[in-house]
Ligand binder design. Structure first.
Ligand code: SAM
Ligand code: SF4
Ligand code: SF4
Length: 340
């Protein structure tokens, strides 16, 4: 594997990912393995979580620094009660142009989807790691059926949340047999399946390089069934490489964080549910914002604090991993904590 080491300076701050909870009703082994996230796991107490008012205030400071897109994530964000109220508050923040949500769709009823849309949610990304029920149920490890996720997707579509993206984390030997069936299922719909290389996020999933199926193999496998061609990126920093079926049956995407890292274009800040700011998905420590908020910091001092953090940022973990082709040895935060 190759990968140029890019200049880490001069990366604009455009996106803010906001994690609303570290809890989830699934136990995907690549994210929250049951053995480590069982009954004895200490999740964040409610009092530690940022309130909706605090999140909205932080979002306002970030838009002052250039952020235009917000994504709500988790853990499972729909576990957070009245999330649509937060969406409405965020939609009223000056400078916010786009609000999206990443979810496993297990709690996405039609009423919920409509409430989110009415509150100002623009788009939704649904995670679905297989279209074969046995494979998917084994992966979510709580026996959740594919049909219920498809129902959630249909609800999102009826509510007008579009385009819908469907994330499939591909693990060699676990669900790679489902790549072509997954593509087939969503061909001919407006939904965009994105095949994601399995990443070494956190310390609990036991990641090994040989479990990663490179995106180029996904392209070959899908392309062998239906001709596809690359499509230009929508904007600088778009993480998915886009492909379309040449017969007009829609679009798919590849997210190749392992084999083709994109640190040089990384314009994303991540806010944990307890108010810590991370400038990289693979960081081991965050910068505390909650204590400053609760100590009465002004917007000006928060702006200065955040600007300082972003301007000193030198993250390029995925590039370093590519050069090493093994996980770089650090204590990293978990995906369920920071939300992808
Ligand atoms: N629970 C929600 C969901 O699954 O969509 C939101 C949070 S989840 C952490 C966000 C995204 O991260 C999901 O699409 C999930 O598949 C992806 N993800 C989690 N662990 C991953 C890993 N080790 N490698 C690649 N993607 C991962
Ligand atoms: Fe939950 Fe999403 Fe992690 Fe699966 S990937 S365990 S649904 S947070
Ligand atoms: Fe951004 Fe860190 Fe991922 Fe590189 S490894 S793309 S800096 S989050």
């Amino acid at each position: 594997m190759t990968g140029a080491v890019t200049d880490t300076m001069d990366r604009p701050l455009r996106d803010l990912r906001i994690s609303l909870t570290d809890r989830c009703n699934f136990r995907c082994a690549y994210c929250m393995p049951k053995a480590l996230f069982g009954a004895n796991h200490a999740f964040m107490p409610r009092s530690e979580l940022l309130t909706f008012e605090e999140i909205t205030r932080v979002a306002g400071v970030f838009t002052g620094l250039g952020v235009r897109k917000l994504r709500l994530t988790g853990g499972e964000p729909l576990i957070r009660r009245d999330i649509e109220d937060l969406v409405a508050m965020l939609a009223g923040v000056d400078g916010v142009e786009d609000i999206s949500l990443t979810t496993n769709a297990s709690l996405l009823t039609l009423d919920k989807a409509r409430a989110l849309k009415a509150a100002g949610l623009n788009r939704i990304t649904v995670s679905l790691d297989g279209i074969d029920d046995a494979t998917f149920q084994a992966m979510n490890d709580v026996g959740f059926p594919v049909a219920k996720v498809l129902e959630g997707i249909a609800n999102a579509e009826r509510a007008g949340l579009a385009p819908i993206k469907i994330n499939m984390v591909v693990q060699r030997g676990i669900n790679d047999h489902d790549i072509v069936p997954m593509a087939e299922h969503f061909r001919g719909t407006p939904h965009i399946v994105r095949f994601i290389e399995y990443m070494d996020v956190g310390n609990s999933n036991g990641w090994r390089l040989d479990q990663v199926l490179p995106s180029r193999e996904v392209v070959e496998r899908v392309g062998a069934h239906w001709p596809i061609e690359p499509v230009a990126r929508n904007y600088r920093g778009e993480v998915a490489e886009r492909y379309r079926y040449t017969d007009g049956a829609g679009e798919i995407g590849m997210i190749s964080s392992v084999t083709q890292p994109f640190c040089g274009d990384c314009s994303r800040a991540r806010l944990s549910a307890e108010g810590k700011l991370f400038t990289c998905l693979f960081a081991s420590a965050g910068h505390d914002i909650r204590d400053r908020l609760r100590a009465g910091a002004s917007d000006e001092s928060l702006t200065e604090y955040l600007q300082g953090i972003w301007s000193r940022r030198a993250d390029r973990y995925s590039e370093l991993r590519t050069h090493e082709t093994k996980p770089v040895d650090t204590r990293k935060i978990e995906m369920s904590y920071i939300g992808g």
